[in-house]
Design a protein around this ligand. Structure first.
Ligand code: CP
Ligand code: NVA
Length: 315
């Protein structure tokens, strides 16, 4: 690829998926519809090699099970191949600038997925990349997970527009991504977390009241919700706060009593990994309203659609 092509692909301008709002509503809907087609073919064992000969580089600066397996299996199923890098087994661990890594890696592969710390770090990579970059989780956002969660909701309950999603617990990367999704797709997000761990207005900006409602009491936040969702009390990178957080979050455990406040048809989701007995009880995560295993599987289907869209555009 010559320098002249640095900011474009054969199908159009270079695009990245660094946060949920990088895509319009119409583009998100396209990717989700395409994911359904791809999933249906996967279930029928029909080959779908739209990314034959393409290479995905995955860069992990934090641990992963689902993100690694879903991207790696997904790219192989699309006919491509995968290179797996971590901080410790690459020169990133020996202080090679992220910009130089981006310049080099993106001359050799077709698409890059990165899991890292600050959002600015993935933005710096993308700014120096010749190929699309996907956010596989940063401190601020986890957009592939929310794509999968919305796909899962739609599969089981239809459109998410006009529905209510209750986020219980830490104002972390998942919650900020849910908020972007609510703004784009037209649903309401209820959020409840302990003081000191609530959404930061500096990061959310002005949000309309029909998009976001914040509650001190988690029991109020789940009232009438169509989806109840939570996450670990301590995200990766914040481990030294673990003990302090355990105390602060004690009342923000999703249990059967809390689920009973939600709509009777409410689903329960968790991006996983989960800590049973902390943010969620075993009877909820392993109970009939929980869809966490479908949610995890759907990471692969939506990410296959996402990689296809970034490399080939609409098909
Ligand atoms: N939900 C999620 O991203 O899981 P991993 O950390 O295992 O990738
Ligand atoms: N909020 C969690 C999600 C893990 C998939 C974390 O960042 O560790």
């Amino acid at each position: 690829m010559s320098d002249a092509n640095q900011n474009s692909l054969p199908n159009g301008p270079l695009r990245h998926f660094l946060q949920f709002r990088d895509f319009s509503r119409e583009e998100i809907e396209y990717v989700l519809a395409r994911a359904q087609i791809i999933k249906d073919k996967f279930k029928r064992y029909q080959p779908h090699h739209t990314l034959h000969d393409r290479t995905l580089a995955m860069v992990f600066e934090k641990a992963s099970t689902r993100t690694r397996v879903s991207f790696e299996a997904g790219m192989y199923q699309l006919g491509g191949s995968v290179i797996h890098l971590t901080t410790n087994d690459s020169q990133l661990g020996r202080s090679e600038p992220i910009e130089d890594t981006a310049r080099v890696v993106s001359r050799m592969v077709d698409i890059v997925m990165i899991r890292t710390f600050e959002q600015t770090r993935i933005e710096r990579f993308a700014a120096h990349s010749r190929v699309p970059v996907i956010n596989g989780l940063t401190n601020e956002y986890h957009p592939c997970q929310i794509l999968a969660d919305i796909f899962t909701f739609m599969e089981m309950r239809g459109s998410i527009q006009g529905r209510t999603v209750a986020w219980i617990g830490d104002a972390n990367n998942m919650s900020y991504t849910w908020l972007q999704a609510a703004e784009i797709l037209g649903f309401t997000l209820h959020v409840s977390g302990p003081k000191g761990y609530q959404l930061d207005p500096k990061l959310t900006g002005q949000v309309a009241p029909h998009v976001l409602r914040e509650f001190d009491d988690p029991m109020e936040a789940v009232k009438g919700a169509h989806l109840v969702t939570t996450d670990v009390w301590t995200s990766m990178g914040f481990e030294e706060e673990n003990e302090e957080r355990r105390k602060a979050f004690a009342d923000w455990c999703v249990d059967a009593e809390m689920m009973a406040q939600a709509d009777p048809d409410a689903l329960f989701m968790h991006c996983l990994p989960a800590h049973r007995g902390e943010e969620v009880t075993s009877d909820v995560i392993d109970g009939p309203q929980s869809v966490v295993w479908d949610e995890a599987e759907n990471r692969m289907h939506v990410q296959k659609a996402l990689m296809e869209f970034l490399l080939l555009g609409k098909l």
